[in-house]
Design a protein around this ligand. Structure first.
Ligand code: ADP
Ligand code: MG
Length: 334
């Protein structure tokens, strides 16, 4: 079973960034308003995520670390409309099988309350001990892959791993404007983002601190709606620069997505308005009835399945086409 856990861990735990994503998604699911992520040595020495969500009670604490234990799905019917980011009950079990994991949580308002459980490479310390913690949860992941040297060898430099973490953080912070975020690396604050109002000005404040200033200066704000679909966000000046080419963020009902159909519609729109050869840059949010899209196709691959793919494709294409027609390519800066 230990080996099986470690193999399964490979599915969701590839590097520090994937650990951060899973733990932060749990914090989001717990209804947190403030999430702090702290790393040491690119996350390979320490990843600490602290939230102010609903917390985990004393009896549930060991359960949170066991495989297939989830509090988010009670029945098969629930699978039909999962609104939480997690529901498989695998992430914490997988992470704890390849690290030294500590879970401290308090589900009550009593600030002196709180409990702690520790696991080390699947060896769970059976005792749950008292540990004061404000309402919410802290997850500490130390020495990632300490017991799987082959995988540890695949970790890149501290800088590279932190870069991946920062990118994961960016996506998460772009998915929830209403949450306050902090990212620290080696004791230094890298991002400190207050919660912002859900209007254009508030959101642009968040975007301005996460992406390049230039993106926002040149971007066009779009907000279009048709046949039960809404597309809003920012379309930037298409760029020749490879460095900026990765500024492509597409969310479906609040979740980051990398989908072939979406990518195709965007590419077609750019081609059509003669932005050929330039890289699209955008932060876009597609909203539609959750019953006509399945966002849980794969735990890590960010694919989606639309019930009416053609409708979505055509809507994206025509919306972007319209928006891009009013963004003139700026050759002076190209
Ligand atoms: P999943 O998210 O798929 O349910 P996880 O392994 O990620 O599985 O988490 C297991 C369980 O631990 C969750 O279902 C939840 O009950 C609990 N849990 C984990 N993190 C938190 C958190 N930050 N706040 C509250 N509960 C949490
Ligand atoms: Mg989870």
């Amino acid at each position: 079973p230990r080996l099986a856990n470690q193999i399964a861990a490979g599915e969701v735990v590839e590097r520090p960034a994937s650990v951060v994503k899973e733990i932060v998604e749990n914090a989001i699911d717990a209804g947190s308003q403030r999430i702090e992520v702290e790393l040491e040595a690119g996350g390979s020495r320490l990843i600490r995520v602290r939230d102010d969500g609903i917390g985990i009670g004393e009896e549930d604490l060991p359960l949170a670390l066991s495989r297939h234990a989830t509090s988010k799905i009670a029945s098969l019917e629930d699978l039909e409309d999962v609104s939480s980011l997690g529901f498989r009950g695998e992430a914490l079990a997988s992470i704890s099988s390849v690290s030294r994991l500590e879970l401290i949580s308090n589900a009550a308002d009593d600030p002196a309350g709180g409990w702690r459980v520790v696991a080390e490479g699947r060896q769970m310390e059976p005792r749950v001990t008292p540990a004061p913690h404000p309402r919410g949860t802290s997850v500490l992941v130390r020495d990632l892959f300490f017991n799987t040297p082959a995988r540890r060898k695949f970790l890149r430099t501290e800088k590279t791993e932190f870069g991946h973490v920062e990118e994961a953080f960016r996506r998460l912070a772009l998915s929830r404007f209403d949450i306050a975020w902090v990212l620290r690396h080696n004791q230094k604050v890298v991002h400190q983002l207050p919660a912002v109002a859900s209007d254009q000005a508030g959101r642009e404040r968040r975007i301005g601190s996460l992406l390049s200033r230039r993106f926002l200066d040149e971007a066009l704000h779009v907000d279009l709606e048709a046949t039960g679909l809404r597309l809003w966000g920012w379309v930037g000046q298409p760029t020749h620069s490879r460095a900026q080419a990765d500024q492509q963020y597409f969310f479906v009902n609040g979740r980051i997505v990398r989908d072939r159909l979406v990518a195709h519609a965007i590419r077609q729109a750019y081609r059509d308005v003669m932005f050929h050869g330039r890289h699209p840059v955008f932060v876009l949010y597609l909203e539609l009835d959750p019953r006509v899209v399945d966002v849980n196709v794969h735990p890590t691959k960010h694919e989606v399945r639309f019930r009416d793919g053609r409708l979505v494709h055509d809507f994206l294409f025509s919306s972007l086409h319209r928006a891009l027609a009013s963004v003139k390519p700026n050759d002076a800066v190209a």
